[in-house]
Design a protein around this ligand. Structure first.
Ligand code: BYC
Ligand code: FE
Ligand code: FE
Length: 475
């Protein structure tokens, strides 16, 4: 069992035994805090927030819940306990011992993957920095901040790997992670979805449902890595990740629930009538869903990818839950990949290793569908005839074999003119965004209140009531 000590930087990696590393991370820490104060949640840095803090990696009692000011949050470095005699889970070296150090030939690849993962964490905090000022409740405000501080800790997790295993390059990358900015034209974040604005709460819930779920699947794939420190750190990150997706799934559910229940109570159907009640109509929710689903699909990379094949071959990145697959070499099978070529849908057999991004995306889509089904059950329970659906994975793509072509929601090839003509039916319009934001102009800071457009949660946090003062905010 790994001990957590009480250093300046909480950790279970015996940081105090490696003075050089400890000094390097302690030198990075003030820069991180400066970044947090500059780019973290705006307007709440002096408030007491009821937050969970990771204090160990044991499955029962790994977290402590208490009031803390966000800049004083104890961001720590936690690796899941090592698996004894762990061997490489996939690829050419399947079954050989995992690596405790970075093999020279994989150094650049691993650094790039760790930097890509690390970059998304602060990016999401930046995207969400203004949301506190339009919160629907104090309960939601606290959940936003919980997600934010944990994404900050995920950055720490990657920076620890960079500092401890990648020398000077790693230290430079760690600095760059604090310098790029979401949406900045000159120094953008690395991946597409993390440069998109996320400036209203419907987007936030869609983001935590769809985009954090990409995080879950990427972390599951990295948890299979032959580089054991990466495997151990991502395994612990997954523990925190579950809450982020809970926030997204229940957030959308509560909006759907509120709209459907009021549609039934007032016997209204049209979006205009729903908006007249100050609610988010279901077609608008569908458009937000279409946007965040398609942006998140892009995060899995190209359908056919030599990068993915070489990650798998070298054991650097596996599939989600690699042990549940039968063939860990994946050299003798292929993936039936549907794609449009010369205007026709064809099916090509792609060597399985080259299709690993798509294999992961398949599992992701299935997991998303489970949540959508749940939302639809809530709509149906109120007798409202409307179903939310995931669009085809070809729809609105900017990465991979379907980028550069236009498709309708069902995945039929259309012209770019046809896409432009239907765009306002499929993706949020400026008018939609203005309307959604108009519902959120007044933040709700009274713990007893809930915004009109969202249903209350089923229960509070850690046994506290829903009306608990999760954030002590002085207005
Ligand atoms: N945007 O061979 P391909 C999370 C580039 S989310 C821009 O398919 P590969 C979180 C690609 O770099 C999880 N560029 O790429 C969620 C490549 O460039 P080069 C984050 C893109 O390497 C919410 C080229 O296109 N973790 O944790 O197979 C809140 C060819 O592509 C994009 C990870 O992503 C894009 N979307 O796959 C907070 C895990 N996609 O080599 C946090 C680490 C591709 O031609 N990253 N490109 O210059 C990876 O595993 C891989 O880098 C990717 C890309 C799966 C992302
Ligand atoms: Fe994260
Ligand atoms: Fe997350």
């Amino acid at each position: 069992m790994s001990q957590v000590n009480d250093d300046k930087i909480p950790n279970n990696v015996h940081l105090a035994d490696d003075k050089r590393l400890q000094r390097a991370l302690e030198a990075w820490q003030p820069n991180y805090i400066n970044w947090w104060k500059e780019m973290g949640p705006v307007g709440f840095q002096d408030d007491q927030v009821f937050l969970r803090t990771a204090i160990s990696v044991e499955s029962d009692g790994w977290a402590n819940f208490d009031y803390v000011k966000m800049p004083d949050y104890r961001w720590g470095i936690f690796l899941a306990d090592p698996v004894k005699d762990r061997t490489i889970a996939c690829g050419d070296d399947f079954g050989k011992p995992v690596w405790q150090q970075v093999p020279g030939e994989h150094r650049n690849t691993l650094r790039r993957l760790i930097v890509t993962q690390g970059d998304t964490e602060p990016a999401s905090v930046e995207q969400q920095r203004l949301l506190g000022q339009t919160c629907p409740s104090v309960y939601d405000l606290r959940n936003l901040f919980q997600v934010n501080v944990e994404e900050g800790r995920h950055l720490w997790a990657m920076v620890y790997l960079l500092h401890s295993h990648f020398g000077r390059d790693g230290r430079e990358e760690a600095e760059s992670l604090l310098e790029r900015r979401s949406g900045d034209a000159d120094k953008p974040r690395l991946l597409g979805a993390f440069n998109e604005p996320c400036s209203d709460w419907l987007s936030f819930f869609m983001f935590t449902f769809f985009t954090d779920r990409d995080g879950k699947y990427q972390l599951l794939a990295l948890a299979e890595s032959a580089f054991d420190p990466l495997s151990r750190t991502t395994r612990f990150m997954l523990t925190e990740e579950a809450h982020h997706m809970f926030v997204g799934e229940t957030g959308v559910l509560r909006v759907v629930e509120r709209t459907a229940s009021q549609m039934a109570a007032h016997k209204v159907e049209s979006p205009d009538q729903v908006r007249a009640l100050g609610l988010i109509d279901l077609p608008t929710m569908q458009r937000y869903l279409n946007l965040w689903f398609s942006l998140s699909l892009d995060l899995f990379g190209g359908e056919v990818s030599s990068n993915a094949a070489s990650y798998f071959a070298s054991g650097i990145k596996g599939r989600a839950k690699e042990a549940s697959h039968e063939d860990h070499i994946a050299l003798s099978s292929s993936y039936a990949m549907q794609r449009f070529q010369d205007g026709r849908l064809t099916t090509d057999e792609v060597p399985l290793r080259n299709a690993m991004n798509e294999v992961l995306r398949d599992e992701y889509v299935e997991d998303c569908q489970r949540g959508v089904d749940k939302w639809n059950r809530a709509i149906a329970a109120h007798g409202v005839a409307f179903e939310l659906t995931l669009p085809s994975r070809r729809f609105h793509r900017h990465v991979g074999i379907h980028s550069g072509m236009s498709f309708d929601r069902a995945g039929n090839l259309i012209t770019s003119e046809e896409f432009a003509a239907s765009r306002s039916d499929w993706l949020p319009t400026e008018a939609d965004k203005t309307y959604v934001k108009s519902l959120m102009t007044k933040p709700v800071y009274d713990p007893k209140q809930m915004a009109n457009w969202i249903a209350p949660p089923k229960q509070g946090i850690k046994g506290r009531p829903i009306e608990f003062e999760y954030v002590r905010h002085e207005v």
